[in-house]
Design a protein around this ligand. Sequence first.
Ligand code: SF4
Ligand code: SF4
Length: 205
Amino acid sequence: MAIKESDIVEVKEPELSFWEKIYLPSVIMGLMLTFKHIFRKKRTLQYPEKRREEVAVPDGGLRGKNYRGLHRLNKDDQGRVECVACFMCATACPANCIDIVGDEAPWPDREKYPVSFVIDELKCIYCGMCEYACPVDAIELTPVYNTTGLSRDEMMFDKEKLLEQYDKTIDIKPRKNPLIVGYSCDYKEQAVEHREKVEEFEREL
Ligand code: SF4
Ligand code: SF4
């Protein structure tokens, strides 16, 4: 159907005034903003002497609750990997840096588990999409921000390294969603216990 004449809006290029043409007011406004920031409180930290976790959040400190650092693979109440190899995280990952090989699970409470689970931490952009996509709360990003390696291989985090990361960080960052812990346990009891831990952790922030 042809567009009606009355629906056509003609957009004219705006005419610049004299002051807009010489850019001087814009330059002065920019400088004023710069000067304003010179006298504001500095948030730059002299790392590694001073670390973000030692500084209060309003002063530029690290907010561990939602910081997106190194990944971990969560364990269930029996110490098994929580992941069910559904590939949702790998599908959601915009950097295509998650590689999973799934197989039939050796346990009766789930169909699949990951035989291999590797994240290329150098390709990752730490967007957190994998964490949001996971239906069983198996993958999470932790407040660990200073991981280094001397080779690319060292920055490839396999299942063992990611599970190890769970043990290292569970005290500084409780499970995000305590309702999904284990597959055959008493959800209610565990949920209450985990909710208390999360609330205590959030109060400390
Ligand atoms: S944080 Fe983003 S880029 Fe990194 S593995 Fe997860 S989805 Fe991929
Ligand atoms: S980590 Fe979560 S989203 Fe990724 S494969 Fe395992 S269960 Fe699925």
